[in-house]
Design a protein around this ligand. Structure first.
Ligand code: ITT
Length: 205
């Protein structure tokens, strides 16, 4: 099969690293938005992870003419009724840093015992072709919110997310890329997307 171009449609460098690593064995030439500095990101007006992932994938596919993969993801905290959810990247304000976002979260949960600190990462991925054809998938990763940040790997809320698979003793920020990529919400969404992508690539004109 001839190699097709896939644009990774995200402004988040942490996501680009994880997605490129996971898809590297597919017959694809991967591009990212650093090659398109004139395209500014769309406003995320959707009401769900799926709506926002579709909105981003369609936007970048239509702007560039390339098959595009976009991810909408976030952290749902049980004690906060599922917040910050689709607003995860702007939890502490429109241009908040990762550290400001997780510090706000830690302050809101201050004093809550372990059993009330349940959280999950959710990721919805959409792969959209400019012809209008699309496939999508979802992944979830369960954990607990730590009391203090730990670890320098990853991005976003990784330093405060205690991982179930490590008996809640390690944060996602303490997991090297290859380890996070076996467990995370994004890894799960990508694995199921990968299976659909092989057939999808064959069907595309
Ligand atoms: P794009 O929209 O350009 O993809 P973004 O960072 O704004 O970049 P989202 O709107 O999907 O992406 O917001 C996702 C936010 O959720 C992200 O900025 C983190 O705060 C959080 N998040 C998602 N996946 C994460 C992960 O694997 N580890 C830590 N935090 C994560």
């Amino acid at each position: 099969m001839e190699n097709k171009i896939l644009l990774i449609g995200t402004t988040n460098k942490g996501k680009v690293r994880e997605i490129a690593e996971e898809l590297k064995e597919l017959p694809l030439i991967m591009k990212d938005l650093s090659e398109f500095p004139d395209i500014s990101p769309p406003e995320e007006t959707g009401k769900s992870f799926f709506e926002n992932a579709l909105l981003k994938a369609r936007y970048y596919a239509e702007k560039t003419g390339f098959l595009t993969l976009a991810d909408d993801s976030g952290l749902e905290v049980e004690a906060l009724g599922g917040a910050p959810g689709i607003y995860s990247s702007r939890f502490a304000g429109p241009s908040a840093t990762d550290e400001q976002n997780y510090t706000k979260l830690l302050n809101l949960l201050k004093g809550l015992p372990r059993e009330k600190r349940k959280a999950r990462f959710v990721c919805v991925m959409v792969c959209y072709h400019p012809s209008g054809q699309l496939i999508w998938s979802e992944g979830v990763w369960e954990g607990l919110i730590a009391e203090e940040p730990r670890g320098n790997y990853g991005f976003g809320y990784d330093p405060v997310f205690l991982v179930k698979e490590f008996n809640y003793e390690k944060t996602a920020g303490e997991l090297p890329l290859q380890v996070k990529n076996q467990l995370s919400h994004r890894a799960k969404a990508l694995k199921s997307l990968k299976e659909k992508l092989r057939d999808f690539l064959k069907e595309l004109k």
